[in-house]
Design a protein around this ligand. Structure first.
Ligand SMILES: [Zn+2]
Length: 335
């Protein structure tokens, strides 16, 4: 017998998947006040055999420590273990982000408030790992209280999980160790944050946590994220169970819409670069998102850096003296 039970935990949705007698919980869940009771009640006395975290972010894996204390192993791709153990994001990563804001060409007041925002994010991340009590709910009220993330060492890597009829696919992008759960016989995809209803998520600016070149701290998340979408497209899933919101059908159409939207953004970026004699990251952000860049600096910068990363991979832009310019290849391929 194959069944899925969705449990909503504030803004997140976790799933109890039953596959021929084996129960798999997909995502440990976020650790807000009351989440454990809610989860225990919703599972109605059934206990999963294994807990799989799609990735290491706190709203998905925050209850990992608790599950392991209940005697249940949590599986997470080793590239995301630094999130679970509390090593990531590191002080060095926060410092590198600040540096990125300064080097982006942003005006001094914008760079200063961006640096302040990084400081408060750092404080928040430390508090989530170390606070004894749940912090108050954020302004967006996505969860009843703020979230904790008690550090833990996952007992399993994804490769250690052996459940008949289930495949764990490592699809880096949203994070370096991001994974989805795939049930080929049913066409079911448990997508974590890779595929969500209604929005096209842009991966944040993030480090590769020591698994990339030592000379460059940054993980090129958006090119990888688009590659992951193409891998999912090839699977032709029939139903998607996302980490936020409700399950949905028409999965291939949603994937195609996401890819299409990315191509449109990439074309707009090429257009904006064609009009200018080279552009700093911030200037490009201002040209593409004039109203939002000051208000949502980090989100916009992550989006624009992501676009640049893809264009650089395709050989269409090059960086010189603090500015991005179209290459010869771009002027011939887009003329
Ligand atoms: Zn996430």
């Amino acid at each position: 017998m194959r069944s899925v039970r969705a449990v909503s935990l504030g803004d997140n949705t976790v799933y109890l998947l039953e596959l021929d007698g084996t129960r798999v919980l997909i995502d440990p869940g976020p650790d807000f006040e009351g989440a454990r009771d809610l989860l225990t009640e919703s599972l109605r006395g059934t206990s999963p055999d294994v807990v799989i975290a799609t990735h290491g972010h706190l709203d998905h894996a925050g209850l990992g420590a608790w599950w392991q204390e209940q005697g249940l192993p949590v599986a997470l791709h080793p590239l995301d273990w630094p999130f679970a153990t509390g090593e990531a994001p590191s002080e060095a990563e926060f410092a590198a982000l600040k540096q990125l804001a300064l080097a982006s060409g942003a005006p001094p007041d914008v760079a200063a408030s961006a640096a302040a925002a990084i400081e408060s994010r750092r404080a928040w991340s430390v508090a989530a790992r170390t606070a004894q009590r749940h912090p108050p709910a954020g302004r967006d009220r996505r969860w009843p209280t703020g979230l904790l993330y008690r550090p833990f060492l996952p007992r399993l890597a994804l490769d250690d999980v052996d459940v008949g009829g289930l495949e764990l696919l490592h699809l880096p992008g949203h994070t370096p160790g991001n994974a989805v759960v795939w049930v080929p016989s049913e066409g079911w995809l448990f997508s974590g944050d890779q595929l969500l209803p209604g929005i096209t998520p842009t991966p944040a600016l993030q480090g590769h946590h020591g698994h990339g070149p030592a000379s460059d701290w940054r993980f090129r998340s958006f090119p990888a994220f688009l590659g992951a979408l193409r891998s999912l497209q090839a699977l032709q899933p029939t139903r998607c169970f996302p980490g936020h919101g409700e399950p949905f059908g028409d999965v291939v159409a949603v994937i195609e819409a996401n890819l299409e939207q990315a191509e449109q953004r990439l074309n707009r970026a090429v257009g904006a670069l064609r009009d200018a004699a080279g552009s700093s990251l911030y200037e490009l952000a201002e040209r593409l998102y004039p109203r939002a860049v000051r208000r949502r600096f980090w989100q916009i910068l992550a989006t624009v850096q992501g676009l640049i990363d893809v264009l650089e991979f395709r050989g269409l832009v090059a960086y010189e003296d603090g500015r991005w310019r179209l290459t010869q290849a771009a002027s011939t391929s887009f003329s």
